[in-house]
Design a protein around this ligand. Structure first.
Ligand SMILES: [Zn+2]
Length: 256
């Protein structure tokens, strides 16, 4: 996933300049059949636009449009007077493909088969962006990612349907997104304890298999001949009990 930066400095939301401590991620879709990100970058980069998000997710990648810790305008005032997710959540809009219209909040004429490739690309980019933000702000993918619709149900956003009105057309949901972000985080750059232990064990085995270094070779051979060591693993670390055994074999532990 490629993130490019195009901060909407002409948007009143950017100019307001308020910042937040990100506590979660809110996923939106634009609600209009327009896959070209440049259209939004132009339309939103001016005064008197009542909305602004931190990023657009499009087919080719991600465009960051507000600093991640800016306060965005995406969740509106919750209907029951709760605290808006604007104060807590990083938000991005996923661009929808061309070809459909809307009637009463539902997609009309949406061709899921034709849009399968498009959807797979934006979904993948959304997963990777969420994983990036979870890492960066130490967020829990299972708890801290929700869509606009879930935000409404939790009383922190206006009553919108996105993205629950769209994802199921492709067999996806916010649950699959959260699980995919979790998998991305677990399979990503971080090494698990098990993988780390295995790497360490392999390294030790490799070191122990090496022959004695030239500078130590004569002494090593003499030690083996004298019965102090059994001749294997010349570069293995020596434990305290092995040292004690060597000292005893040298006769250095006899009482005076
Ligand atoms: Zn929304």
């Amino acid at each position: 996933m490629q993130i490019t930066e195009h901060i909407l400095t002409g948007n009143d939301c950017y100019k307001a300049g308020r910042t937040i401590t990100p506590k979660g991620i809110m996923v939106h879709s634009t609600g209009v059949a327009q896959p070209r990100v440049e259209v939004f970058l132009d339309a939103w980069n001016k005064p008197d636009v009542s909305t602004c998000v931190h990023a657009f997710v499009h087919q080719g990648g991600v465009v960051e449009t507000l600093p991640w810790n800016w306060r965005g305008w995406h969740a509106g005032p919750p209907p029951k007077g709760g605290v808006s997710a604007n104060n807590t959540h990083i938000a991005f809009e996923i661009l929808e493909p061309a070809g459909h219209t809307y009637q009463g909040g539902s997609m009309v004429g949406y061709d899921a088969e034709k849009n399968a490739g498009y959807f797979a690309a934006v979904y993948r980019n959304a997963v990777e962006l969420c994983a990036y933000l979870c890492r960066r702000y130490n967020l829990d993918p299972m708890e801290d990612i929700l869509d606009h619709h879930e935000g409404y149900l939790r009383g922190i956003a206006t009553n919108h349907a996105d993205v629950a009105h769209w994802f199921p057309r492709h067999g996806k949901s916010m649950d699959t997104l959260r699980a995919d972000v979790k998998a991305e985080l677990e399979g990503g750059e971080t090494v698990t304890q098990e993988q780390f232990d295995a790497l360490l064990a392999a390294h030790r085995q490799e070191v122990e298999g090496r022959p004695a270094e030239t500078w130590a070779q004569m002494a090593w051979e003499k030690s083996v001949a004298a019965g102090l060591f059994d001749g294997t693993k010349p570069q293995a670390p020596l434990t305290r009990e092995q040292a004690a055994l060597v000292l005893e074999r040298l006769g250095l532990l006899e009482k005076p």
